[in-house]
Design a protein around this ligand. Sequence first.
Ligand code: ADE
Ligand code: ZN
Length: 329
Amino acid sequence: MDQTIAALPKVELHLHLEGAAPPAFIRGLAAEKKEDISGVFDAQGNYSYTDFWHFLKVYEAATSVLRTPEDYKRLTLAVLEESAASGVVYSETFLSPDFCGGRDVGAWKEYLHAIREAADQAERTMGITLRGIITCIRHFGPEKARETALCAAETAGDWITGFGIAGDEKVLEPKDFLWSFDCAREAGLRITAHAGEWQGPQGIRDTLRALNPERLGHGVRAIEDLALVDELAERGTVLEVCPGSNVALGLYKDTRAHPINELDRRGVKVTVSTDDPPFFHTTMAQEYAALNAAFDWDGGQFRRIARQSLDAAFCDADTKAKIAKKLEA
Ligand code: ADE
Ligand code: ZN
């Protein structure tokens, strides 16, 4: 790996907190709680799944051992340690009240308090800044999403900065979640939505029309319709692109076949993230190395992408100014 590329300061906008859990951490927690989740791992101790839908099941099984605010505090520290080791200086993570306290507002506040304690500690000791985006889960349905949105509205502020939707994009329609997105927007939260990963251009169009997000999680299948690519470029919609995730889940055969370079060339604001790094055998440093090898992206290109990512971050201006100094250093 080119060490100058690997060492560049990085901004990550698309990271699921539970999906970033190191497998050894989840195994250790399961052992402490005497829980058998052996089906989650392969013989080498890595997460094991056959396709995206099985991945979602394994993800939920691994997450089932995270049951207290203290578990989430430890998880957050373990995840930020990995991110910081990859040169990430600013990260936004998806948080799901579905997993943190079962969408009960009081319980959710306790989980959030614990996560923030870990984030504060990591900022002091590792120099990485974290913010949270509350995320409903599409295949859990609109009713649960409403409860999630209420948790989000209750804790919106300078740390919980956004609201989004993840999960199985082939289930239900973006418009089914309109109430939740309106609720989050009214609470001052910025909006992102997973789209254009498992659905093609029409799924992206439906998401833009129904939810008007400023960022899309993935969005890469816009490349199948160049009029939509132009529309994304004109709107300034930011794509949270996760090349390693898309390759690991079989959307593209390798990084060279991934559309990130073409989307960038066509004027779409692309950013680079890992999604669920240990599930996809990746890190931010490895994403940079793969893009360097596939498209010759150099230090100048990565600095431009990091700056574009920071501009698209949901945090306040003072935080951005502080992170900008680290990107310039
Ligand atoms: N949840 C965790 N990772 C996801 C992905 N890549 N797409 C949709 N939902 C997810
Ligand atoms: Zn995702």
